[in-house]
Design a protein around this ligand. Sequence first.
Ligand code: NAP
Length: 448
Amino acid sequence: MPEVFKNFINGEWVLSKTGATFNDINPADKSDIVGVFPKSGSEDINMAVEAASSAFDKWRKTPAPARAEIIYKAENLLRKRKEEIAKIATKEMGKILDETKGDVQEGIDTAFYMAGEGRRLFGDTTPSELKNKFCMSVRMPIGVVGLICPWNFPVAIPSWKIFPALICGNTVVLKPASDAPASSMELVQILEEAGMPKGVVNLVHGSGEETGMALVEHPKVNLISFTGSAEVGKKIGELCGRNLKRCSLELGGKNAQIVMDDANIDLAVDGALWGAFGTTGQRCTATSRLIVHKAVLKEFTEKLVERAKKIRIGNGLSPDTDMGPVINESQLKKIHSYVEIGKKEGARLLTGGYFYEEGDCKKGFFYMPTIFMDGHSTMRIAQDEIFGPVVLIMPVNSFDEAIEVMNSTNYGLSSSVYTKDIDRAFKAVYIDYSKRLQKAQIDTAKEH
Ligand code: NAP
């Protein structure tokens, strides 16, 4: 029987008031249920927010270095349990163990960094323009903070949100992704073990539309920190704006790698493989467009396709696996539908483009590393975030054209350039950035 997990509210592990549950499924083997989690509703969120609100005054008055002591303990516990938590993360979201160890390490590093901030929460003093007046600013906590996380970095992303919020004296309610709730549960358990006072950290599982929305809409939540898709981010941003609630959004990407005619091709191929197929292409910063100068197109493409064909697909827990499954069935279908769209749009399929069902992989959600050729910016596969192991090669004739193509997307999360020309590299950094800002402003203006 799979283990049944609970919410964490006011320092107690409790079942949801709704009584409903959902299964956390191993994407490498859909018959393997990692755990059964509460499908919470607005009443559960309300209890968690009330607990966080009641705990706030005492926590904000706890000296920051004393808050840091608890975070240092949590860092230590995370470090001790790194392997164990990485395995849980791989089991519930699929990426290979080396990557989930890196994920937990990010949590350790963030805890360590933020605990240090406990002695550095400096303010500013400013000379006053008025006589006999003294001006200063000090940092004040905001209150109850709602944290909504995606599944692809199930330890790192909750850590980036929880530790900074806590060190600054806020109390939190965390709503993890339904596809990776167990990793967040581990993190919260560690905070409990480290001595976090009751009500300071609360965890409520459930769906985005019900549980997540209830958190966003709760009047006692003063700030929402959201990481996830642009689509959901827009909804949350609008709601927060309407209620004058502070909001931070970290959203999706359609990231590109430029490979210039003078690039070290082997290095560029390494970068493209890791960028496109690491985490099975399910990273906000995954490379999904390869903008390649025609002078090196043949060599780069041949080497990339040859290496992509050798990627070993399988369960992320196996040391022989290079690339794990995709997160769930609907994502698997979405990826395949984009492959069909790409074919119809006239992109040429060089490798992949189908479900991988060899051996044990038929039990899970596996897709072949997929490379398309002859891409151009009007294609949907060059515009939409596919979030899977699919990459499009877009040939160009010059550096200027490469920058133009790079910026021909609404997303602006990350990009890279492979060249030995330092002047060109810095131009890419500067032009890329300023043009993207301009484009984002024009696109936003058009939408309204
Ligand atoms: P998602 O579908 O937007 O979900 C993210 C979180 O929001 C989940 O906890 C989800 O709950 C919840 N949610 C969904 N609908 C909601 C609503 N109406 N109100 C409140 N909460 C709601 O994204 P995902 O599939 O988990 O993650 C992939 C996306 O995250 C990609 O677009 C990726 O690029 C982006 N991402 C960005 C960064 C970054 O730092 N920029 C980092 C990682 C990932 P459920 O799980 O229950 O649906």
